[in-house]
Design a protein around this ligand. Structure first.
Ligand code: CU
Length: 502
């Protein structure tokens, strides 16, 4: 059984005026602010906003640095953490942390990460935005099984590949690693804010919800020559929404909370799961003290389904420089999501403490200028329609070109080092993400891209009944990669497709 996507769909305008968005990458005009999922309410008592200090995830330390490359080891495990004041929450985290440790790499210097799985479930780790070979890209059926999973005494002991995935996964299409897997990241790419997260077949939604996500920052010489804020004034901010039960545990509407049996979410949540607690770096509505200087904020929307007008769509990142010197010491600056309702409009608060010396400036660019691709460079034109579709069994699914995902199907076969024009169309908000290949938005809704859509991207927020034309460059590796909706509930309900770089 697969769950039905909700028929609720687009719900129209949210109310709201006032509340300044003090921080934001120049937003494009939006006609509507529809919801992208169904709200799952917390039964826990929620804290007042801006009381919890903003945590910053620790930077991972390599265990080896020889041979021009860095080697890391990380463990996926359960941990008890305090997210809501006074309550304990069990998370599934990299090193038991939510968010996981921040990896910091340099362009051209390869990184390997050995992941050990002590969770009761299989995982697959994807470096989002990474130009990575297929066997390290976190393909959904390339699974890292728990340590000791052959032991029937463990919760995962009964896990059988294919038991619940028969209609998506071809026979013999599981790659299984027991206990440990080493992911290789060449990092042959420009400076960027990347992130890593779980991508397990059918269970990415609940497993990311429980904490399997973190930052992966890439620096390069071009970026480090810029007069940008660094150190404590380079702040990664992972935005995501969650819901909590009265005992502090995370709520998620899984059909099977153990994530070992039937995948999917309960009726009504198929359009996406929205939480009512705003977390930044894992803390509810936190507050951060800042000096009256410029800060670089690396904004990551790591939510399953929620959109933000900062402006962000799920899985998108924007780096912005905010100049707090415009605000006198003692003042506060609140980061607001104008697409949120009620307390979900508020994200976090900055307290400006004192003036400090600041030799940074706002550069006109955060990266080397991207050569603009032109329509005439496209070796092929392909259409991808993201839709809700009734299957032959009258069950609704999220599909791409009318087909739900199966591992054996190939939707496109672009050539290595070619550029193609892909037309992405949609019946809902679908944040479309390509693995491996970065792209430039050529048009959106028939118009040239807004400032927030220029440059190289790996995720584009395709809005209802809109066509986004993107020019995709396939470089780095041949092999099978995914194109999918990054609303994790849609992704878990088969809104994925393969493309084969040949
Ligand atoms: Cu979608």
């Amino acid at each position: 059984m697969r769950p039905r996507p909700s028929r609720r769909g687009v719900l129209g305008l949210l109310a709201g005026a006032g509340a300044a968005v003090t921080v934001g990458a120049a937003g494009y005009a939006q006609l509507t602010a529809p919801t992208t999922g169904r709200l799952l309410r917390s039964t826990a008592e929620l804290p007042p906003p801006f009381r919890v200090p903003l945590p910053v995830p620790p930077v991972a330390r390599p265990v080896t640095t020889g041979g021009g490359r860095d080697g890391y080891e990380v463990v996926q495990r359960e941990a008890q953490v305090e997210i809501l004041p006074g309550l304990k929450t069990t998370v599934w985290g990299f090193d038991g942390l939510f968010p996981g440790p921040t990896f910091v790499g340099r362009a051209g210097r390869p990184v390997s990460v050995r992941v050990r799985n002590l969770l009761p479930v299989p995982t697959s780790t994807h470096l989002h935005g990474g130009i990575t070979a297929p066997d390290s890209d976190g393909y959904p059926t390339d699974l890292l099984l728990p340590v000791g999973c052959g032991n029937p005494a463990r919760p995962s002991g009964g896990w059988t590949p294919g038991a619940t995935h028969g209609d998506h996964v071809g026979p013999g299409d599981w790659q299984l690693h027991e206990g440990e897997k080493t992911y290789e990241y060449p990092l042959d790419q420009a400076a960027a804010t990347l992130w890593y997260h779980d991508h397990r077949m059918d269970f990415s939604g609940p497993q990311v919800w429980r904490g399997l996500a973190g930052f992966f920052l890439v620096h390069d010489d071009t970026e480090q020559d810029l007069p940008l804020p660094t150190g404590e004034r380079d702040l990664p901010l992972m935005l995501c929404d969650r819901s909590f039960a009265a005992d502090g545990s995370l709520r998620y509407p899984s059909l099977d909370d153990s994530c070992t049996g039937t995948p999917g979410v309960r009726d009504g949540y198929g359009s996406g799961v929205l939480g009512d607690v705003m977390l930044v770096n894992g803390a509810p509505w936190p507050a951060a003290e800042v000096t009256a200087t410029r800060y670089r904020l690396r904004l990551l929307n790591a939510s399953n389904a929620r959109r933000y007008r900062l402006t962000l769509a799920p899985a998108e990142r924007f780096d912005v420089v905010v100049d707090f010197s415009a605000h006198p010491p003692g003042s506060t600056v609140t980061l607001v999501n104008t697409l949120g309702e009620g307390r979900m409009r508020q994200v976090m608060r900055f307290h400006v403490t004192h003036r400090d010396k600041d030799d940074t400036t706002v550069p006109t660019r955060l990266a080397a200028p991207a050569p603009r691709l032109g329509r005439e460079q496209a070796a092929a034109v392909r259409n991808f329609g993201f839709r809700r579709t009734e299957g032959p069994d009258e069950r609704a699914r999220w599909t791409i070109n009318g087909r739900p995902f199966t591992t054996g199907d190939t939707w496109a076969t672009p050539r290595l080092d070619s550029v193609e024009l892909w037309r992405l169309s949609s019946d809902f908000h679908h944040p479309v993400h390509l693995h491996l290949a970065q792209f430039q938005v050529l048009t959106r809704g028939g118009r040239p891209p807004a400032a927030t859509d220029t440059g190289w991207k790996d995720t584009v927020d395709v809005r209802p009944y809109e066509v986004a034309e993107v020019l995709v460059r396939f470089r780095g590796h041949r092999g099978r990669y995914l194109l999918h909706c990054h609303n994790l509930e849609h992704e878990d309900m088969a809104m994925m497709a393969n493309f084969d770089v040949v």
